[in-house]
Design a protein around this ligand. Structure first.
Ligand code: UD1
Ligand code: PEP
Length: 435
């Protein structure tokens, strides 16, 4: 079993570079399916397990994909298959993002039902309502969702009951090749939506309003390959900002874009953290004492749910009572039990948690319950007394590249070990000694 072992007590110091954003690159790779001519090039791609998974999905659909360093090339000019099987969707929910492009280009898509996951039930009804409004017939059965349109999707007026990131992306992609104009209201405003709109426009689509509450798309006849660089990962940046703050550190987070991080910056400053804008990114200086604050997760530009667990780790070290309310996912508090194993004083009350800080965190054996919880537990370990051992690293690998190396280069006492390999090595050593 692989583990990250961290010994608390070191102040972080130095510079860390953030990767391209996982949550931007996944929809962008799906979008390359819309190009019926040429080879799309995507740059600044992080080598994460989710990226390998979406590449596999595209290959299965008959696209040619090469991943070379941080560059992906996609040739989707051949006729595409229309089915994304369960083995991929189960590994990564974002596989459903191929549905919009397939429906737009091939008039048909068949995608395994994603089902729930550790953070909530995560239905995709809003994606499907959007496709239906554009004239698709949607059928759910035998563990699959099938959507089909006679001839071509039609432009439509669509209102999203909730500004879902995935629904906004899937409907945007479907609308690029629809006949006529599509207006989507109450859309997500995340920076990753703007990045997707940018590549779609580079591919010949006409998408306006991304980053605001309404997106308007004029359908075009054909789309072409583009060359696009992915935006920096604001969640990875935020994670290192919190790692610096919790250790009273002084870290330059290179590539952090202040406009993508306004809600986090505001909360960190309220807690007493110093944040300086520098030419290459944000410098984060942790205070001697952190002040407790209240946080409510919201769609962008509100406080991101993907930073909730890392912020919980920070609040455990703040003076006073802090409250975190999770409004985006109904079940994103699985990490609370793990923090309790580290001596955290946290109470869950409905969709909120109450934290009485500062807690004397103790190193413990803990298990990552989801991707961001993995990072949050490691960050808490940077401050805990003694050794914290974090397992279930498959979650971490979905979204963080070389996380322990990066923390180690900032001065953390951290290593990643493969326990079986270590045991085998020592058994071998003992048997060699006995020969
Ligand atoms: C790959 C990616 O970019 N993932 C991000 C994306 O996920 P994802 O796109 O799945 O998140 P959504 O914004 O769609 O989900 C937000 C909320 O809306 C609900 N919902 C969503 C769609 C739908 O059809 N019906 C419905 O009820 C979900 O269950 C959830 O409670 O945005 C989330 C919210 O910022 C982030 O936490 C994820 O990291
Ligand atoms: C929840 C996340 O991702 P996904 O939507 O891919 O599960 C995340 O990035 O924190």
């Amino acid at each position: 079993m692989e583990k990250i072992i961290v010994r608390g007590g070191k102040r972080l110091n130095g510079t860390v570079q953030v990767e391209g954003a996982k949550n931007a690159v996944l929809p962008v790779i799906a979008a390359t399916l819309l190009a019926s001519e040429g080879k799309s090039i995507i740059r600044d791609v992080p080598q994460l397990s989710d990226v390998y998974t979406i590449n596999e999905v595209l290959r299965y659909l008959n696209a040619e994909v090469t991943f070379d360093g941080s560059k992906i090339t996609v040739d989707a000019s051949r006729e595409l298959l229309i089915e994304a099987p369960f083995e991929y969707v189960r590994k990564m929910r974002a596989s459903v993002l191929v549905m919009g492009p397939l429906l737009a280009r091939e008039g048909k898509a068949r995608v395994a039902l994603p089902g729930g996951c550790a953070i909530g039930s995560r239905p995709i009804d809003l994606h499907l309502k959007g496709f239906e409004a554009m004239g698709a017939k949607v059928r759910v059965g035998n563990g699959f969702i099938e959507a089909e349109v006679k001839d071509r999707l039609q432009g439509a007026k669509i209102y999203l009951d909730f500004p879902s990131v995935g629904a906004t992306q899937n409907i945007m992609m479907a609308a690029t090749l629809a006949k006529g104009t599509t207006t989507i209201e109450n859309v997500a405003k995340e920076p990753e939506i703007v990045d997707l709109a940018n590549i779609l426009n580079e591919m010949g689509a006409v998408v306006k309003g991304a980053g605001t509450g309404t997106i308007r798309i004029e359908g075009v006849e054909r789309m072409y390959a583009a060359d696009h660089a992915i935006i920096p990962d604001r969640i990875e940046a935020g994670t290192f900002m919190i790692a610096s703050a919790i250790t009273k550190g002084n870290v330059l987070v290179k590539g952090a874009v202040p406009e993508h991080l306004t809600s986090l910056i505001a909360k960190l400053e309220e807690m007493g953290v110093t944040i300086l804008e520098e030419a290459e990114g944000l410098r984060v200086i942790g205070p001697e004492k952190l002040k407790a604050v209240d946080i409510k997760t919201m769609p962008h530009p509100g406080f991101p749910t993907d930073m909730q667990s890392q912020m919980m780790a920070l609040l455990l070290n703040a003076e006073g009572t802090g409250m975190i309310t999770e409004t985006v996912f109904e079940n994103r508090f699985m990490h609370v039990e793990e923090f309790r194993r580290m001596n955290a004083d946290i109470k869950i009350e409905g969709r909120s948690v109450i934290i009485n800080g500062p807690c004397e965190l103790q190193g413990a054996e803990v298990s990552a319950t989801d991707l961001r919880a993995a990072a949050a537990l490691i960050i808490a370990g940077l401050k805990a007394d003694g050794y914290t051992r974090v397992t279930e690293l498959k979650h971490l690998d979905r979204g963080y590249l070389n996380f322990h190396h990066k923390l180690s280069s900032l001065g953390a006492d951290i290593e990643r070990v493969n326990e079986e390999a270590e045991n085998e090595k020592s058994n071998q050593f003992v048997s060699d000694m006995n020969v």
